[in-house]
Write a protein that binds this ligand. Structure first.
Ligand SMILES: CC(C)(COP(=O)(O)OP(=O)(O)OC[C@H]1O[C@@H](n2cnc3c(N)ncnc32)[C@H](O)[C@@H]1OP(=O)(O)O)[C@@H](O)C(=O)NCCC(=O)NCCS
Length: 163
């Protein structure tokens, strides 16, 4: 059975995390390296990576806020981030294509949800494409409907999980 390690991100993971982002999202949707660096430096408690054989192959990162409106583009660069906020917002769950469909996304998301609960957060929030609504629903998220966000020129569904 394949063995992965899920751990908190470290500064040295920046290049690997940016590579995963670029492989998994379109150029318009993918986070800039500078945004990922900010997330690593500012909120490592909300950033987990999956490591296989010494290589980082998956990631989940986030910001925290008191606000319920998560459509603000600047928030992805952690402008407005408040580590004490009761909401934790997932920006990116992504797994290198050759490591997908092996349960790694489930492990990252499960670990993240457990950690968010341990941190005393009230709610996990995210925006996803239509095709991933069923994936997040399986993890207990509720579909809150179409978001006002037009990030990357796309339509997004808002999903929330009460902890
Ligand atoms: C979404 C994403 C993170 C899921 O990661 P993943 O590691 O493939 O997720 P899992 O393996 O846990 O589950 C994916 C599917 O594989 C299936 N699966 C899990 N383990 C499996 C196994 N051992 N064998 C075959 N299938 C398996 C799951 O049932 C699930 O089925 P679904 O396609 O019907 O939902 C990944 O596809 C990705 O990076 N996508 C691009 C980026 C993206 O869109 N991210 C989400 C927006 S933030």
């Amino acid at each position: 059975m394949t063995k992965y390690t899920i751990r908190m991100v470290a500064p040295d993971d920046l290049t690997a995390c940016h590579t995963i982002e670029a492989r998994c999202f379109s150029p318009a949707e993918a986070a800039w390296a500078s945004s990922i660096e900010t997330r690593i430096q500012t909120y490592p408690e909300g950033f987990l990576v999956a490591e296989y054989d010494g290589e980082v192959v998956g990631q989940i990162n986030s910001g925290s806020t008191y606000k319920d409106d998560i459509t603000d583009e600047e928030f992805k660069q952690l402008i407005g981030h408040d580590p004490d906020g009761q909401n934790i917002v997932i920006f990116s769950l992504s797994v290198l294509p050759q490591f997908q469909k092996q349960g790694l996304g489930d492990q990252l998301l499960g670990s993240f949800i457990k950690q968010a609960r341990d941190m005393g957060k009230a709610k996990v929030m995210l925006l996803c494409k239509d095709k991933l609504v069923a994936y997040y629903t399986r993890h207990g998220f509720e579909n809150e409907g179409t978001s006002a966000s037009t990030h990357g020129g796309e339509q997004w569904v808002e999903m929330t999980l009460l902890l």
